[in-house]
Design a binder for this molecule. Sequence first.
Ligand SMILES: *Cc1c(COP(=O)(O)O)cnc(C)c1O
Length: 223
Amino acid sequence: MTIKENILRLKAGLPEEVELVAVSKTCSAESILQAYQAGQRIFGESRPQEMRAKYGELPKDIRWHMIGHLQTNKVKYIAPFVNLIHSVDSAKLFEAIDIHAVKNARTIDVLLEVCIAEEETKHGWQEDHLIAWLDTGIYREATGVRIRGLMGIATNTDDREKTREEFSGLARLYLWLKEEYFGPDFDTLSMGMTSDYNIAVECGANMVRIGSMIFGERNYGKQ
Ligand SMILES: *Cc1c(COP(=O)(O)O)cnc(C)c1O
């Protein structure tokens, strides 16, 4: 299967309302162009400098999504062009994005990453901390950031019921926050990767982030 065939097959199997983020971290510009030629326009990266370099050399209608953990001191590399940041996991990062968005005369769309997995190494807000922060109302004063929804990464497990529970929990939180705190602009639920995107879509995801199923196994060793 070529990259182009993988994209077309994946898209054919996804409901129309589900956006596909092609996760291209560690992939060459050439591989990304193959996906681009199959009509793919949204690409996900996890390292700011790598994303900026690819932004520089690839077509300008690509929408770049930051999906990996983001340090506040690296926001500046992507603030001029990033289309959506999935991984806002602290008030400090939210504030840094706001500052850089304003500097660039932009409004940057973000998702709040919620910790739904049992592994403590995974990033993301604990639900109670997130609600406490939302209750401060600080996010309403930010002029450079628009909160568009939630992102979550499930526990890495073969237990599909566990995965389903984690995704359904996030979907419930998403609907509740939309109702209580946000409204129509809060419209994105990013969950599901190669191994679990089918479950995520069944649980209500409208954005999935898929890498290895499109581009093959990643080779981190080369970097
Ligand atoms: C790498 C990555 C993905 C894609 O993972 P695959 O298993 O290759 O589909 C999705 N989301 C995040 C946050 C990632 O870091």
